[in-house]
Design a binder for this molecule. Structure first.
Ligand code: NAD
Length: 234
């Protein structure tokens, strides 16, 4: 029998208990910064040094953080199910927990990209990006992050994955950040959808089951139930 296909759709909340703060939970500020000052193309054009420093700090936090019980439980599900992770996060905690198939919708903090060719992405060899650090084409490197107001190039591959899911596990996202939040609508009719988030998230699709719990509690408990049964149930 084919293995059941589980797509995990994660947001900033899954990494909160690893010490990486979400920003919608803190007055719309991301680590005390306004989004418009650090996470938009306008901010980059106005003050690239401040943008680089902001992401250097985020990178240092990610490097120091460890995967939590939710990241680990998701990786363990690979033992019985076909699991793909579609994450809005820019950290690498899913990968470090052992998840083998991870698609990053909003980029990856440990990578940089060319300001001339968005397809030219490099793994960073050092913890910071400086003004004057150049890509192979000679242009300034920028963080490999999708800023607010920019297109999300990984949307189509993410839609393909979600459109083929038997089950969707949504963890730690307010379902407020578009276009990513709209992805849930692409799940097929027969796909069960479970959300783990401690907040009163507005459910964007009928039939979703909401488990109001922190990721480190809700996800391992679901995962152990599914592993024991050998089957995913809503
Ligand atoms: P968001 O609004 O989608 O996520 C915040 C959600 O996490 C909220 O619904 C909140 O209730 C939930 N949450 C908080 N603590 C939780 C816990 N312990 N367990 C489960 N859920 C919990 O996302 P955002 O914070 O507005 O961030 C928006 C974007 O900024 C992200 O999509 C990402 O691109 C970027 N970001 C990334 C990281 C990261 O990579 N770790 C962190 C912050 C922001």
């Amino acid at each position: 029998m084919d293995r059941q296909r589980l797509v995990v759709f994660s947001g900033a909340g899954i990494s909160a208990e690893s010490g990486l703060r979400t920003f919608r939970d803190s007055d719309g500020l991301w680590e005390e910064h306004r989004i418009e000052d650090v996470a938009t193309p306008e901010a980059w054009h106005r003050d690239p040094t401040s943008v680089l420093r902001f992401y250097d700090q985020r990178r240092a936090q990610v490097i120091a953080a460890m995967p939590n019980a939710a990241h680990i439980a998701i990786a363990q599900l690979q033992g019985k199910f076909e699991v793909v992770v579609v994450t809005q996060n820019i950290d690498d905690l899913h990968e470090r927990a052992g998840s083998e198939h991870v698609l990053h919708l909003h980029g990856e903090i440990l990578k940089a990209r060319s300001t001339k060719d968005p397809g030219l992405v490099v793994q960073l060899e050092k913890p910071t990006i400086e003004i004057g650090d150049r890509c192979a084409l000679g242009s300034q490197l920028r963080p490999h992050i999708v800023w607010f107001g920019e297109a999300v190039p990984m949307m189509d591959p993410a839609i393909d994955l979600i459109a083929r899911a038997d089950h969707l596990l949504v963890v730690g996202t307010s379902l407020n950040v578009y276009p990513a939040a709209g992805l849930i609508q692409y799940a097929p009719r027969y796909c069960s959808i479970t959300l783990v988030d401690p907040a009163d998230v507005t459910l964007t699709r009928a039939g979703m089951t909401h488990i109001k719990a922190k990721a480190s509690e809700g996800v391992p408990s679901l995962a152990s139930e599914w592993m024991r049964k050998g089957s995913i149930t809503a």
